[in-house]
Ligand binder design. Structure first.
Ligand SMILES: *[C@@H]1O[C@H](CO)[C@@H](O)[C@H](O)[C@H]1NC(C)=O
Ligand SMILES: *[C@@H]1O[C@H](CO)[C@@H](O)[C@H](O)[C@H]1NC(C)=O
Ligand SMILES: *[C@@H]1O[C@H](CO)[C@@H](O)[C@H](O)[C@H]1NC(C)=O
Ligand SMILES: *[C@@H]1O[C@H](CO)[C@@H](O)[C@H](O)[C@H]1NC(C)=O
Ligand SMILES: *[C@@H]1O[C@H](CO)[C@@H](O)[C@H](O)[C@H]1NC(C)=O
Ligand SMILES: *[C@@H]1O[C@H](CO)[C@@H](O)[C@H](O)[C@H]1NC(C)=O
Ligand SMILES: *[C@@H]1O[C@H](CO)[C@@H](O)[C@H](O)[C@H]1NC(C)=O
Ligand SMILES: *[C@@H]1O[C@H](CO)[C@@H](O)[C@H](O)[C@H]1NC(C)=O
Ligand SMILES: *[C@@H]1O[C@H](CO)[C@@H](O)[C@H](O)[C@H]1NC(C)=O
Ligand SMILES: *[C@@H]1O[C@H](CO)[C@@H](O)[C@H](O)[C@H]1NC(C)=O
Ligand SMILES: *[C@@H]1O[C@H](CO)[C@@H](O)[C@H](O)[C@H]1NC(C)=O
Ligand SMILES: *[C@@H]1O[C@H](CO)[C@@H](O)[C@H](O)[C@H]1NC(C)=O
Length: 647
């Protein structure tokens, strides 16, 4: 709670100085109607109220009074209007509760007559302090104050009249976060110094939604954002999923430009989210040695949340109080968690935005992508992050290809997938029948295949992804990390989880610089061929077609199984097209389908999702498509929790 020095007032200057020299307030916690709140250390405003007037309304020793700020322009403010405001706050904000009506500050820019019917209402709300900026209020408890503060729940300091924001505390019971964060006045962040009960999990704080108004320059105002712990956030440590790495380096002194863009657009960073180690593929549970894999809330709660943006996926799947998460996708790290945690997720066109101050896996394929449950928010966040590099479009493609689609639905999940395809065809007014895209045969028949003396795409590409990520991450990131660690710990080697260890050892002992060159060559060959021969940029619709493939079909991937040790990622398939050709690949959540859980011995539901690939730079078209499909009711915005859709 607040230090004694603060309470002593004018006579205690020497003591106050001593306190600032050696200690400072890191915020406090307050319980209102059994809900825990964090009160940041710095006030956002001060009401021009005589402190004796506040003190008269408080009990001895009480320093923070829950306060609600309201705004009105009515000439006659009565009981019904007060109830209307309370109902509106309760419906739109999870931070507000009726306990904040103990003190009310009613601000009005017009002259407001306060109807005497208010008195009864205020009593029923347990109000003990009513303040207004209106000069017409005749009641004895009215206090003159004229500060302009956004509406919402706050805490009022009984001795100073300072007003503090209220951050509701939530338990991260699915283990999606590494820590809660809060912005300081100097734009650095610090770890949230609050903890509530909840299965050995961090505590995350979120500010009231009522404080924020979205504007043209702040289209993300108040959006609660979690950040995968591979992005630098000034004032906090970056862990990258490795304990030795977390310990070795100090707090970051810069915020990564991609994160700063979101902050500048008004997003509120509420915490840092778990990544599998160094963003390598890890399967729950045994691969996660340094940290425990987050839990996937869908279905029985014991399916793998996938990796490497596991925390962002798990958090968006589980928590209604979290709006948006920033992950990263090199080989599926946004798309796979989006699929299985039931969210929208995008791997953007490669190179839309700088990745300075972000841990690299393979700079040739690394991309920053979002996970969210709402298509409109997804589009807005995409416009903020990729602005300046999004290609204009005036219509949607009218041609659809599929890869790996069932022809007939043999189960509920395939039914959801095919039902979506039919609705998409109708929505787009496709001009020709949808067909399976046999890009393997197209390659075999191509001139490039002759030039490369490579009959199949598998020959060309099965080593490409694994070579690029292993060699590039080891060279750029692994070598300096290991050498910094050895310098700090007299030659000792840091611990590595089995998955990154296999890859880094392969890079170290087996891969040559020529192998890396060969991988870059093969990637370039494929990129040029794919973008000129398969799915092309065209004026108008940006992409001449869309390529759909099944994202997930409600198949459980249990985390309580013992598996083989992790091997090298030597594969090639439809999901490698995005990384290797640098093109966008987005995940749309479509629905859910039943399975019999071996955990609950009960029928549960898991997500069904589709992936859509388009030509490079066509990200804006894909975001728009998602939003329009959601508005048309063809896709329904999923809810957080075990079921995406309640029946
Ligand atoms: C209240 O009225 C003032 C002056 O007419 C106007 O500028 C302001 O936007 C109004 N505020 C609200 C919340 O409607
Ligand atoms: C007070 O509000 C009630 C409706 O809630 C209205 O009937 C009454 O006229 C108002 N009183 C004055 C003095 O405006
Ligand atoms: C209200 O307070 C402000 C600032 O403290 C002061 O300037 C103003 O005169 C006061 N108004 C009334 C009606 O007391
Ligand atoms: C963060 O803190 C450092 C050191 O205290 C300071 O130099 C810097 O200006 C602060 N702000 C940002 C945005 O880094
Ligand atoms: C920030 O940290 C980096 C990496 O430790 C260092 O190279 C750089 O000098 C620091 N910058 C400032 C302004 O302290
Ligand atoms: C657009 O992409 C280029 C190439 O990656 C990058 O250098 C530039 O900063 C991007 N523009 C914006 C506005 O982010
Ligand atoms: C699939 O459905 C089509 C028509 O909907 C039907 O003609 C065809 O026989 C079905 N194929 C299989 C394998 O069931
Ligand atoms: C499809 O056709 C209908 C009817 O002509 C039209 O209203 C709609 O805008 C078209 N949709 C698209 C995406 O072009
Ligand atoms: C083409 O590849 C085959 C084996 O895949 C090899 O036998 C042949 O020598 C290669 N040709 C050239 C010109 O490299
Ligand atoms: C590049 O492609 C050739 C076949 O053209 C293949 O032999 C080689 O292994 C590939 N290298 C990598 C790193 O993908
Ligand atoms: C790496 O090289 C070693 C010996 O040089 C060999 O035993 C091992 O099988 C190789 N590993 C891979 C994955 O190629
Ligand atoms: C679950 O098991 C029951 C009983 O065996 C069966 O009737 C039902 O079809 C199964 N549900 C699914 C989705 O497989």
């Amino acid at each position: 709670m607040f230090s004694a020095a603060v309470k002593l007032g004018a006579g205690a200057f020497a003591l106050a100085n001593l306190v600032t020299a050696g200690s400072y307030k890191a915020g406090s916690t307050v319980v209102v109607n059994d809900v825990y709140y964090y009160v940041p250390s710095a006030p956002v405003s001060r009401l021009g109220v005589a402190s004796n007037q506040i003190k008269a309304a408080t009990t001895p020793g009480e320093d923070l009074i829950p306060l609600t700020v309201m705004r009105t322009n009515f000439s006659n403010f009565d009981e019904t209007m007060l109830q209307g405001e309370v109902d509106k706050y309760s419906a739109t904000d999870d931070v507000f509760n009726s306990g904040f009506l103990q003190a009310i500050y009613l601000a009005s820019e017009t002259s407001t007559y306060l109807n005497t019917s208010l008195t009864t209402a205020l009593t029923s709300f347990g109000n003990r302090l009513f303040m207004t900026s209106s000069s017409n209020f005749l009641s004895a408890s009215a206090i003159n104050c004229s500060e302009r503060i956004p509406i919402g729940p706050y805490f009022l300091h009984a001795y100073t009249g300072d007003v503090y924001q209220a951050w509701r505390l939530y338990s991260d019971y699915e283990g999606a976060f590494t820590e809660g964060t809060i912005a300081q006045a100097d734009r650095n962040f610090s770890t949230l110094s609050a903890s509530i009960a909840g299965v050995q999990s961090p505590t995350i704080g979120v500010p009231s939604r009522l404080y924020y108004t979205k504007t043209k320059s702040q289209p993300l105002a108040g959006v609660r954002l979690g950040i995968k712990d591979i992005y630098d956030i000034a004032g906090t440590k970056r862990g990258c999923g490795n304990r030795a790495y977390y310990d070795l380096y100090p707090e970051r002194n810069t915020t990564a430009p991609v994160v700063q863009k979101l902050i500048d657009a008004g997003a509120i960073i509420v915490g840092k989210m778990k990544t599998s180690q160094f963003a390598n593929g890890e399967t729950a549970t045994a691969d996660w040695v340094d940290y425990h894999s987050p839990f996937n809330a869908r279905g029985d709660g014991y399916s793998d949340p996938s990796s490497s943006s596991s925390g962002p996926g798990a958090g968006i799947g589980a928590y209604e109080w979290l709006d948006l998460a920033l992950g990263s996708d090199t080989g599926g790290s946004v798309r796979n968690p989006a699929q299985v945690n039931g969210a929208y997720g995008n791997r953007p066109t490669h190179g839309l935005v700088t990745l300075d101050n972000v841990m690299p896996l393979s700079p040739l394929m690394d991309t920053p992508g979002f996970l969210t449950r709402d298509a409109t928010l997804w589009k807005t966040a995409g416009e903020v992050l990729y602005s300046g590099n999004l290609t204009d479009f005036s219509s949607f493609p009218k041609s659809i290809y599929t890869s790996g689609f069932p022809t007939n639905a043999s189960n509920e999940a395939e039914g959801v997938l095919l039902d979506f395809l039919a609705k998409l065809e109708a929505f787009l007014n496709t001009t020709e029948p949808t067909s399976e895209l046999d890009y393997d045969s197209m390659w075999t028949a191509s001139e490039q295949a002759v030039v490369e003396n490579t009959t199949t795409l598998t020959e060309l590409l099965q080593y490409t992804y694994g070579t690029l990520i292993s060699k590039q991450q080891y060279n750029i990131f692994g070598i300096p990390f290991i050498s910094d660690y050895q310098a700090a710990y007299t030659g000792r080697t840091p611990f590595l989880d089995p998955s990154p260890l296999v890859r880094w050892n392969w890079a170290r002992y087996n891969l040559t610089e020529q192998d890396l060159e060969s991988g870059i060559h093969n990637k370039t060959v494929f990129t040029d061929w794919w973008n000129s021969e398969v799915i092309r940029n065209v004026p108008g619709s940006c992409s001449d077609s869309l390529l759909l493939y099944p994202g997930t079909l409600a198949t459980p991937n249990y985390r309580n199984l013992y598996r083989d040790p992790p091997g090298l990622p030597l594969w090639w398939g439809v999901s490698s097209i995005g990384p290797i050709a640098g093109v966008p690949d987005v995940v749309f959540p479509l629905g859910q389908a039943s399975y019999n859980s071996t955990i609950t011995m009960h029928e549960e539901v898991l997500p069904v999702a589709v992936d859509i690939i388009a030509a490079p730079g066509c990200d804006a078209m894909l975001f728009e498509l998602a939003e329009q499909l959601q508005k048309a009711g063809i896709i329904n915005s999923p809810k957080a929790g075990s079921r995406m859709y309640r029946r």
